[in-house]
Design a protein around this ligand. Structure first.
Ligand code: FAD
Ligand code: NAD
Length: 478
């Protein structure tokens, strides 16, 4: 094998493997180094997303949703279930099968596209030299015309609750419980806390979520966040806002968590504790002192809007650079960089990165929130539509939530779309497309949507911006 490449990518998470495959498609001689090992100890491409993130969490979210539906809601539509049972090890095994199918799929895609997959560790030296250390055997020096850094992120830990991978776990450990903890504590009511808290709550845990902030989901539209909080509390998630965790002591096979809120000191005993307080960029061992790549003040690799670092010919993409830590944001950055190396001129539109929280109902949004528009003094109109009057949602017995469309008061351009409801993760795609093409709310209202579908709620909310929604009484009629 040659030691010289057009492109070397370090990290085969979604950002890195998209960069590598696209570069190879464009005819560039590409290698991708990744050090992740699967549960079987073998190299497993796909990074956090495939191994310990998006995919395994969704496997457990979907499985636990099916179980909770059968237990709690099948009877509503005349389906009786007797002898419903839960096999947690089988559920975890299904999740593992999905993961290994997909990680194996990336290895297959590397082969098919001519990417040289190099399992092991990569370190960037000066002048785009890369030191490659395989898991076994001798290391060697590689040279590239271009290097793309995609090392991803790792969970943040907090001193009062150190991870022991047994009773106190991070998100990775929370995907591996072999039985349902009777009492489950979660620190952090962010995306991971809500998704994994929901999984175990659905399967029968009593879940208490301790959140430092007074506000619930401050990054989401506050109307949507308020409604979601009520729904999650109704499902049994005991979400305690404005708390400060002071300690977590292991005692007789359980964990005693001490925390404070404005009413004073409290303690809580749980069988497992999940710490989900955010993730940080991972750069350990990645850069030699003379690599020329700089970090910003928060430890992210410093890049411009085209993901170019301070070192000539070196790029960085994904969770390790500024912006939301989302797989699809990293994927688009990886593709942009590969195409720019090949002489094309794409850009990533950071204004239309969709966010999704895969609870039930799901929460999804793109663009600005109403509170951000207010804070910025921007004049806007709102249209909203509740799923409680959507024919398809009623037919599916899944009517919680709403769609909210925010449009510029003068131009009618769509500024933000917020969905709390069934299939919100799928519905948001049409809002992203609308915003990418600079659509107005009226455009969304003029487009024909299939009936009966949940997407009609987006149509109706868009019509509602001008007071034209058909299936609800409009306050402003035109
Ligand atoms: P990563 O996926 O972290 O991959 C980086 C890879 O680089 C890893 O394999 C790592 O081992 C390797 N690496 C690091 N340093 C080196 C080195 N020096 N040499 C060789 N290899 C190296 N995002 C979503 O968009 N949707 C979701 O539903 C979602 N769910 C999530 C659920 C959970 C529980 C978690 C933890 C995260 C979730 N995320 C989700 C976030 C998503 O996983 C990340 O945004 C995404 O994986 C980041 O991709 P990346 O390629 O930048 O890095
Ligand atoms: P997060 O930033 O979403 O939430 C962390 C929460 O913990 C915040 O609400 C924060 O206020 C709280 N917190 C921080 N310190 C605390 C403390 N000491 N005590 C109590 N609360 C505390 O982070 P996360 O949930 O860990 O997720 C990490 C990243 O992974 C996110 O950036 C997210 O983008 C990504 N992710 C995405 C998805 C998805 O797209 N569906 C799913 C999971 C993870």
């Amino acid at each position: 094998m040659s030691d010289s490449f057009d492109v070397i990518v370090i990290g085969a998470g979604p950002a890195g493997y998209h960069a590598a495959i696209r570069a190879a498609q464009l005819g560039l001689n590409t290698a991708c180094i990744d050090k992740s090992l699967g549960k079987d100890g073998k190299p497993a491409y796909g990074g956090t997303c495939l191994n310990w993130g998006c995919i395994p969490s969704k496997a457990l979210l979907d499985a636990s949703h099916k179980y909770a539906e059968a237990r709690d809601h099948f009877a509503d539509v005349g389906i009786g279930v007797s002898g419903l049972s839960l096999d947690v090890p089988r559920m975890i095994a299904h999740k593992d099968q999905v993961v290994s199918k997909l990680t194996g799929g990336i290895a297959g895609l590397f082969k098919a596209n001519g990417v040289t997959g190099l399992p092991g560790t990569g370190k960037l030296l000066a002048n785009r030299q890369v030191e490659y250390r395989p898991h076994e055997g001798e290391g060697r020096m590689l040279q590239a015309a271009h290097v793309i850094l995609a090392p991803g992120s790792v969970p943040v830990s907090i001193p009062p609750a150190p991870i022991d991978d047994e009773l106190i776990v991070d998100s990775t450990g929370a995907l591996e419980f072999q039985s349902v903890p009777e009492r489950l504590g979660v620190i952090g009511a962010g995306v991971i806390g809500l998704e994994l808290g929901s999984v175990w709550n659905r399967l029968g845990s009593q879940v208490v979520v301790l959140e430092a902030l007074e506000d619930f989901l401050p990054m989401a539209d506050q109307r949507i966040a308020r409604d979601a909080l009520k729904l999650f509390q109704g499902q049994g998630l005991d979400i305690r806002l404005g708390t400060r965790v002071m300690g977590a002591k292991k005692k007789g096979g359980a964990v005693e968590v001490s925390y404070q809120d404005k009413e004073g000191d409290h303690s809580l005993t749980v069988d497992k504790l999940i710490v989900a307080v955010g993730r940080r960029p991972y750069t350990e061992g990645l850069l030699a002192p003379d690599s020329g790549v700089n970090l910003d003040e928060r430890g992210f690799l410093f890049v411009n809007d085209r993901c170019v670092t301070d070192a000539p010919g070196v790029y960085a993409v994904g969770d390790v650079v500024r912006g939301p830590m989302l797989a699809h944001k990293g994927m688009e950055e990886g593709i942009m960089v590969a195409e720019r190396i090949a002489g094309q001129k794409p850009l990533v539109n950071y204004d239309t990165v969709p966010s999704v929280i895969y609870t039930h109902p799901e929460i999804a949004w793109v663009g600005k929130t109403e509170q951000a528009l207010k804070a910025g003094g921007e004049a806007y109109n709102v249209g909203s539509f509740p799923f409680s009057v959507s024919g398809r949602a009623l037919a599916a017995n899944d009517t919680e939530g709403m769609v909210k469309v925010l449009a510029d008061a003068k131009t009618d351009r769509v500024l933000g779309v917020h969905v709390l409801g069934p299939q919100a993760s799928e519905l948001i795609a049409e809002a992203v497309i609308a915003m990418e093409f600079d659509a107005c709310a009226e455009d969304l209202g003029l487009i024909m949507f299939a009936h009966p579908t949940l997407s009609e709620a987006v149509h109706e909310a868009a019509l509602g911006v001008a007071g034209h929604a058909i299936h609800m009484v409009n306050r402003k009629r035109k």
